[in-house]
Design a protein around this ligand. Structure first.
Ligand code: C2O
Ligand code: CU
Ligand code: CU
Length: 568
């Protein structure tokens, strides 16, 4: 049972009737974890959200959601993700620039009771990312049950700025999710829900110091968009977008966040007449087609949160901290978007359906297929992607591996809040959006990166594609023609009919850590258990259908080789 209680008083009904803007429960602040080793256990749990029955949840190291991971740029980290769910899962570091095999996409499954342990260097600049499962067709369900958490990157440039950054004191995560409960208080798994939750707290309030406070807002809902707003006369600036700090603070009254997006904002609570402040979702102002808007296919008829303004959280202003931040730096970051004239490749991704059907939504009329590589990118290339929305709904487009710069939205330059590093951009019905990105550092001949709609129902429904980043244009063949590798391992007999043997005779000390059989598209068929001192593995291949296969061999020193074999 949970040690955390989200118990609500009778005032619950009053709060949601909109009569008063008061929170009832203190906002839960997730614990932090710092590296270099992060141990994460995804498991089933229960939480007392409401009076009566507790609700069945998923949690990471806890009962609902996961700890906030704090990493520093340049760190070498090891993630140990243990899956205690009754189902397969994956764990994706949303926004991070990591190698395909470390990215936790749908190809990198973690079976029940298995631990997945990727290791990588943190290459990103200071920002707010998040992590969540990415198992195809189960992403929405697993995230909705509570498997998700925030990930904060720090670096020396951000640390040199006079910004609030004491977690839980003047720097707070706000993870927005909507939920529905059935009469026994169990989550109802559906697209749009009627009850708001922040960090797993219903009707939250937060005591904040009377000074400048930083919020890292994450839309971790499956579908609902939030038009986050503050009452007039409160000073609010946006300082960061998905992948880093903006160049300078941008005064805002609203921040529109689609699923997957993050915004870092500063709010000045040093007010002449301190009053409690409500942060709301001004969703009555949202345009048609946006999930949760007043009208259009994105709205859910009869859903009480659709098309209306509702409170998200109440801030109660308390005393200042010892060394309060009282002013906002005028310069935050320096970057220059890539030059469109440097682009090596231009791609167009059309959001559509296959007529006469109006669902599922697809990208270029192509439903997601594990075995099909939609795009191949050459390492080092600068690419422009044009996103064209031919549907009547808004789609938050997300791409792995890179952060992009928006070049234009319907022919106009992006507003300053969308001009910085982004990994999700919401495309409204009829929109044409172009972004530019450079694909650097990481490549893999078999494991792809994903791009998809971050409306998780659309994603699970097939609105997703995948791309390989290849080291050179000669691609896969080149990757296989690696001399070093042929001298390290031998496979025989090849072709094989029943038994296949892998040895590393040339290097007697070679120690294998993983041997994985994949099909020619990179899909994992099975993994072989190898003991740490193994330098020889015998495999039974008789059950494989005849054809070409890949054998991914990882050695204890972290090197990885791809071999090919034929099952005759
Ligand atoms: Cu937040 Cu492909 O994911
Ligand atoms: Cu992602
Ligand atoms: Cu979509």
């Amino acid at each position: 049972m949970s040690t955390r209680t989200y118990f609500l008083t009778l005032a619950f009904a009053v709060f949601f009737s909109g009569a008063v803007g008061q929170g009832i429960n203190p906002l839960f602040i997730p614990d932090t974890l710092t590296g270099p080793t992060f141990n994460l256990t995804v498991k089933q749990s229960k939480v007392q959200f409401l009076p009566g029955d507790s609700s069945e949840t998923y949690g990471i190291n806890g009962d609902y959601l996961g700890p906030t991971l704090i990493m520093n740029r340049g760190d070498f980290v090891r993630m140990n993700v243990t899956n205690l769910l009754p189902d397969t899962t994956t764990m994706h570091w949303h926004g991070m620039h990591v190698a395909p095999e470390d990215d936790g996409g749908p190809h990198t499954t973690i079976l029940p009771n298995e631990t997945w342990s990727p290791e990588f260097e943190v290459m990103d600049e200071a920002t707010t990312f998040w992590y969540h499962p990415h198992l195809h067709e189960k992403t929405a369900f697993q995230v909705y049950k509570g498997a998700a958490g925030m990930l904060i990157i720090r670096d020396s440039l951000e640390s040199a700025l006079n910004l609030p950054r004491t977690y839980g004191v003047d720097d707070f995560p706000l993870i927005l999710q909507d939920k529905s409960f059935d009469p026994t208080n169990q989550f109802i798994y559906q697209q749009l829900n009627d009850t708001m939750m922040i960090n797993g707290t219903l009707s939250p309030y937060l005591e904040v110091p009377a000074q400048i406070v930083r919020f890292r807002i994450l839309n971790a809902s499956n579908q609902r968009v939030y038009n986050v707003g503050f009452p007039p006369l409160i000073q609010v600036v946006q300082i960061g977008s998905d992948g880093g700090l903006l160049r300078e603070p941008v005064p805002i009254t609203r921040v529109l966040l689609s699923p997957g997006e993050r915004a870092e904002i500063l709010v000045n609570f040093d007010l002449p007449r301190p009053n409690n402040i409500v942060m709301a979702a001004n969703n009555s102002e949202m345009g048609n087609g946006i999930s949760g808007a007043p009208i259009g296919p994105g709205g859910g008829p009869g859903n009480p949160l659709d098309g209306v303004d509702f409170n998200l959280i109440e801030f109660r202003i308390g005393p200042q901290t010892a060394n309060p931040i009282t002013s906002i730096p005028s310069n935050l970051n320096s970057w220059t978007p890539l030059d469109p004239n440097e682009a090596d490749v231009i791609r167009t991704k059309v959001f559509d359906t296959i007529p006469p059907a109006s669902f599922p939504f697809l990208i270029n009329s192509t439903p997601f297929d594990h075995h099909y590589i939609n795009d191949t990118v050459i390492l080092g290339d600068v690419e422009i992607w044009n996103l064209v929305n031919r549907t009547t709904e808004a789609h938050p487009f997300h791409i792995h591996d890179i952060q992009f710069f928006v070049l234009s939205i319907n022919g106009f330059p992006p507003p300053p809040t969308l001009a910085g590093r982004k990994d999700v951009i919401m495309s409204l019905p009829g929109d044409s959006i172009s972004f530019i990105a450079k694909f650097e550092d990481h490549f893999d001949p078999i494991i792809p990166y994903m791009y998809h709609c971050h409306n998780l129902f659309h994603e699970d429904g097939g609105m997703m594609g995948q791309f390989l980043v290849l080291e050179s244009a000669t691609g896969v063949e080149d990757a296989f023609a690696d001399d070093e590798f042929s001298s390290r391992f031998q496979l025989f007999p090849n072709p094989a009919t029943d038994k296949l043997t892998l040895t590393s005779e040339g290097l007697p000390d070679e120690q294998l850590s993983h041997v994985t059989v994949r099909d020619i598209f990179g899909k994992e068929m099975y993994q072989l258990a190898v003991t740490p001192s193994t330098s020889k593995v015998e495999m039974e291949v008789s059950k494989l259908t005849p054809g070409f296969y890949l054998l991914e061999v990882k050695s204890k020193d972290g090197r990885r080789e791809i071999l090919r074999f034929i099952r005759k």
